[in-house]
Design a protein. Sequence first.
Length: 174
Amino acid sequence: MERNDVAFPDFSEFPVATKGNKFEDFEQGQAFEHHWGRTITEAETALFASLALRFTPLYFNAEYAKAHGHPDMVVDPLLALCTTVGLSVEDLSEVGGPFLGVNDIQFHQPIYPGDTLNASSTVVSARESEKRPAFGIVTWRTEAHNQNGDLVLSYERTNLVAKKDTKSLKGIAE
């Protein structure tokens, strides 16, 4: 079929849906239960270890992991951290703004393929940026639990978050 025979939609007619929270939407102590959850599979556990060059046998060799006291391969903690951050993005940082860091990462117990991670976050602090008046700085404490409710991972994450009346992200690189 030639390109001229295909009807392409006019994307300029689609409304842009604004999502995410701005700086003013966060208050210290405010809690977020992040929806969805995420089951980590055996295939992605092995694939992540290979793609990220994380050549620790615990992450891709079930027999090695069993010989060292685990019931199965262990999910790479970095995969668990990335997955948990991903679960929190819609509520915490979808609007954008520079990621300022992650601190106090604790892996409380191993995660195995087939485990489902659920995450929740609490606002630790929200303050105005002294150098960028169109932004605030927000820190959240996030915890991930497995399908049994066991705490498996926790950390604090900080982002620069735009204020509601900001027309653009001017000031980020200044």
